[in-house]
Unconditional design. Structure first.
Length: 282
């Protein structure tokens, strides 16, 4: 126990002396990719702020971190952040952070022909507008403190490859890709010390895709698609990766990489297939 405690303190001191330890805020980190990225960054000597959507998730998140390693709690702090409730932003808005990872997002399934427009708006409100708002506040803080920093957007290969009945989600992720690209160009004109990076994950079996397919209500245009949706869901599971290491490693790489490299994709085979689709569909 004392050896582990000494190791983490020693690691943190070394990173502080070298100046390469970072303070990183990750939204939507209750589980899966966001959570694993936070754990890996903390183990590498960075201080990490993890946010969850609901209050009840906080205690289970802290317990989960303790189960990883009881001393990791010294390098991770947890907050409840509802992007749609700006009152909850007060908890994190004044944190001194070097890197923001915009990981929080939702997915709502349905046909664009008849899914409620309110659902499409909500998809965009969370995935695009609120992430942009949070990013702008973070960048403004960097300007005020004359600091360098990074913003990392989590998009998706679904923002490039159209998936029927997941159109709302695909559209929102396509917007994130364009948003990150434009912000990067604009910032480059006024402050080269603030980097924008973009992550495009492929299909991972985290349960998120299942939820989107299961959330599709009956459609007046597509009355007999339950079998088709089930086939799609099973195909996603077949193609999807169970192990998150490939995308977690890419995100951690983007945090630690001080070069101007912009785009990171994983898994490799899905990224290649998506690129081929783009070339052949022109």
């Amino acid at each position: 126990m004392l050896r582990a405690l000494f190791f983490y303190f020693f690691l943190n001191i070394i990173h502080t002396i070298k100046g390469d330890g970072m303070k990183v805020l990750i939204t939507g980190a209750a589980s899966n990719i966001g959570y694993q990225v936070g754990i890996k960054l903390a183990k590498l000597g960075n201080f990490v702020y993890l946010t969850v959507h609901h209050d009840y998730e906080l205690s289970s998140l802290k317990e989960k971190i303790k189960n990883e390693d009881k001393f990791l709690n010294l390098f991770i702090d947890c907050y409840c952040l509802d992007l749609l409730d700006e009152k909850s932003w007060k908890k994190i808005i004044n944190l001194d952070i070097d890197c923001l990872i915009d990981n929080a997002g939702i997915g709502i399934g349905g046909s664009l022909l008849d899914m409620p427009v309110a659902d499409i708006k909500r998809n965009f409100e969370v995935n695009v507008f609120k992430n942009l708002e949070l990013t702008r506040l973070f960048i403004n803080n960097l300007f005020l403190k004359s600091k360098q920093g990074k913003v990392i957007f989590i998009a998706s290969l679904a923002g490039i490859y159209p998936i029927s009945f997941l159109g709302s989600y695909c559209m929102s992720k396509a917007s994130i890709i364009m948003m990150a690209s434009i912000l990067r160009k604009e910032l480059f004109l006024i402050n080269k010390n603030i980097q924008i990076k973009l992550i495009e994950p492929g299909i991972y079996n985290t349960g998120f895709n299942d939820y989107m397919f299961d959330s599709i209500d009956n459609s007046k245009y597509f009355k007999n698609i339950k079998n088709l949706l089930e086939e799609k869901k099973q195909l996603f599971k077949l193609v999807g990766k169970n192990n998150l290491d490939s995308i977690v490693s890419k995100i951690v790489e983007s945090v630690l990489d001080d070069s101007n490299h912009f785009l990171y994709k994983a898994p490799f085979f899905q990224a290649i297939c998506t690129k081929l689709y783009m070339l052949l569909s022109k």
